[in-house]
Ligand binder design. Structure first.
Ligand SMILES: Nc1nc2c(ncn2[C@@H]2O[C@H](COP(=O)(O)OP(=O)(O)OP(=O)(O)O)[C@@H](O)[C@H]2O)c(=O)[nH]1
Ligand SMILES: [Zn+2]
Length: 198
């Protein structure tokens, strides 16, 4: 379902009133509309399923068979910047980076598409753990490879700016699928790549 910017605008006006603000004062007059358009951009991914996202970024190459088949090599894109919003408080997740790896199974994926997939699944109300599993699921669908790993690090405004106000904590999560989960050898290679040791 497409994002309903008119409804968002109405509700933001109501929130401003509930906060004790005057939504008609100069500085706030255009705020509901601005927020509605900002949400349209920030939450774009809510309207798409993981299947839709896989179809959007399905740019694979099958020509380089030496790379794409049977060679058991790892492709990793490291330190992809992202931000998202937690579904509990709608608070920003920031200073985030994802590293995404897969073992090609007959196809290689255009590198920018990896970053685009990370970006689109993040534009939802999320959990850090689910961002990882969504990325892994979409990469599996597009590449046809079971072997996908996602490592994410990030900070959560709902933890750093309110509540416990723990400003230095960084959360790290892994999503390990296929041989990254079952084969210690691939897990070791993954960690060497992640730590920039190869
Ligand atoms: N697992 C996980 N938890 C998250 C994420 N983002 C926020 N949370 C947590 O979700 C929980 C929601 O807990 P609640 O007790 O319902 O919320 P709250 O009363 O505001 O809790 P406090 O933050 O402890 O004040 C909190 O512990 C958040 O820190 C995330 O990406 N993954
Ligand atoms: Zn939160």
């Amino acid at each position: 379902m497409a994002i309903d910017t008119v409804k968002i605008e109405e509700h933001i006006r109501g929130i401003l009133q509930a906060l004790g603000e005057n939504p008609d004062r100069e500085g706030l007059k255009a705020t509901p509309k601005r927020v509605a358009h900002m949400y349209e951009e920030l939450f774009e991914g809510i309207q798409y399923s993981n299947d839709d996202i896989a179809k959007m970024f399905d740019k694979t190459f099958e020509e380089d068979l030496y790379i794409a088949q049977g060679n058991n090599e790892i492709v990793m894109m490291r330190d992809i910047e992202l931000f998202s919003f937690c579904e509990h408080h709608m608070a920003l997740m920031y200073n985030m980076k994802a590293s995404v790896a897969y073992i090609p199974n007959g196809k290689i994926l255009g590198l920018s598409k990896i970053a685009r997939i990370v970006d689109m699944v993040s534009k939802r109300l999320q959990l850090q753990e689910r961002i990882g599993s969504d990325i892994a699921e979409v990469i599996q669908k597009v590449t046809g490879s079971e072997d996908v790993a996602v490592i994410i690090e990030g900070q959560h405004a709902c933890i750093t700016t309110r509540g416990i106000k723990n400003t230095k904590s960084v959360t790290a999560t892994t999503t390990l699928r296929g041989r990254f989960h079952t084969d210690q050898n691939f897990m070791n290679k993954l960690m060497l790549l992640y730590r920039k040791e190869v």
